[in-house]
Ligand binder design. Structure first.
Ligand SMILES: CC(C)(COP(=O)(O)OP(=O)(O)OC[C@H]1O[C@@H](n2cnc3c(N)ncnc32)[C@H](O)[C@@H]1OP(=O)(O)O)[C@@H](O)C(=O)NCCC(=O)NCCS
Length: 149
């Protein structure tokens, strides 16, 4: 059911397969759904990054086309951030659109010092405490992301 939702949101199967692989690998650290009148309308996953401090990567985020632009994506991000903070993680990385993610506190400037296969203007980080433990080092997503073309 979640796989179908993700496939419909992205218009392709890659991200649904990614979520299945993350689960098989034991890397589905946080997986949340958004319900609208009993219908699963959205889903977000957080998986552990390889990083100099305990950090999660937010991906994928998917909302069914019929339910987009109603705040479900934002609610899922905020709930995922809260869960990660409660669990003691130090940061969340995301690869995405700055205009969308800046509103939640994700910052490309704070991520700019890290070396990563994903380095660039789309890599952002949200500190879950006052400051990041470090702004240098290598960061990479969980192994399942390596098979995503
Ligand atoms: C991106 C996505 C998760 C947003 O979910 P949503 O529930 O529609 O988002 P919200 O209602 O919380 O927020 C809507 C805002 O996001 C913006 N937005 C939506 N998709 C966007 C995108 N791909 N890039 C930039 N901004 C986007 C809208 O412009 C809107 O902004 P506004 O309110 O200022 O007009 C959803 O559109 C989706 O599933 N898209 C397909 C999959 C995808 O691209 N996922 C993200 C990459 S992992």
């Amino acid at each position: 059911m979640i796989a179908q939702l993700i496939e419909q949101a992205f218009g392709q199967r890659d991200e649904a397969l990614l979520v299945e692989q993350l689960r098989r690998d034991g890397d589905a650290t946080v997986s949340l759904v958004g319900l609208i009148e009993g219908v699963i309308a959205g889903h977000v996953m957080l998986s552990p990054m390889s990083a100099p401090f305990p950090a999660l990567g937010l991906a994928p985020l998917a909302v069914l086309p019929a339910f987009q632009r109603q705040g479900i994506g934002a609610a899922l991000i905020r709930a995922a951030v809260e869960t990660a903070r409660e669990e003691g993680w130090k940061a969340i990385f995301v690869l995405g659109d700055q205009v969308y993610y800046n509103r939640f506190g994700f910052r490309a400037d704070l991520a700019a010092g890290f070396s990563s296969p994903y380095a660039g203007p789309h890599l952002m980080v949200l500190p879950l405490e006052a400051e990041l433990p470090s702004t240098l080092g290598n960061v990479d997503y969980a192994p399942a992301f390596g098979s995503l073309s």
